[in-house]
Design a protein around this ligand. Structure first.
Ligand SMILES: [Zn+2]
Length: 172
C-alpha cells in the first residue's frame, strides 16, 4: 500500500513537471484560449475590447501584470469594497487589505470564496495559483502562501487595473 502511494506521488510529480515544461512555451493567446470558462458573464473578446480600456484589456483579458508600485490601489487605505473592473462583482474588502510591501494591493482573503476562481498557472517558468473573477473569468492576479500568519497565511496579490474601489457609505 505504501509503495503504491509512493508510486502515485512520483507519477504526479513527473506529470506536474511535464505540464509545466509544456506550458512554458505557451504564448498569451494560447493560454487565453485554454482559460475559457463557463462564467455567468460571457462576452466575446471583441466585446471586451470595446468595453475595457487598453490597459484593462491587457491585464484582465490577456492576463497581464501591473508594474509593481505603480497601481492606484497599492497604497490605498480607505474603507470600502473592491469590485471587478470588468463586471462589477464585489471581490475584496478593505478589512482584509494589508501592506505586503510587494508593490501590488494585497488581501489575505476574498470577500467570499465563491466570488473567485483559483487555477494553477504554469506561465513564465513558474508554478503559481492564478486568481480570477468567478463572474466574468477576468484575470485578477495570483495567490501566494506568504500572507499574514495570524490570519489566513495567504496573500492575494491583485492588479490595481483589475479592480475598482467603492468607498463605504458612512451614513449606513
Ligand atoms: Zn468580473
Amino acid at each position: 500500500m505504501k509503495l503504491l502511494l509512493m508510486i502515485s506521488a512520483l507519477c504526479q510529480v513527473v506529470f506536474i513537471s511535464c505540464t509545466s515544461n509544456n506550458n512554458n512555451v505557451l504564448n498569451t493567446s494560447k493560454s487565453l484560449k485554454n482559460s475559457t470558462m463557463n462564467t455567468p458573464v460571457t462576452k466575446t473578446e471583441e466585446e471586451w475590447k470595446k468595453e475595457l480600456t487598453e490597459e484593462q484589456y491587457y491585464v484582465i483579458r490577456m492576463k497581464g501584470t501591473d508594474r509593481p508600485y505603480t497601481g492606484k490601489y497599492d497604497q490605498h487605505w480607505d474603507s470600502g469594497t473592491y469590485e471587478c473592473a470588468a463586471c462589477g462583482a464585489e471581490l475584496f474588502t478593505s478589512d482584509t487589505k494589508f501592506d505586503a510591501g510587494c508593490g501590488w494591493p494585497s488581501f489575505y482573503e476574498a470577500l467570499d470564496k465563491t466570488k473567485i476562481i483559483e487555477k494553477k498557472d504554469f506561465s513564465h517558468g513558474m508554478v503559481r495559483i492564478e486568481v480570477m473573477c468567478a463572474n466574468c473569468g477576468g484575470h485578477l492576479g495570483h495567490v501566494f502562501d506568504d500572507g499574514p500568519k495570524d490570519k489566513t497565511g495567504l496573500r492575494y496579490c491583485i492588479n490595481s487595473t483589475s479592480i475598482n474601489f467603492h468607498k463605504q457609505d458612512s451614513t449606513k
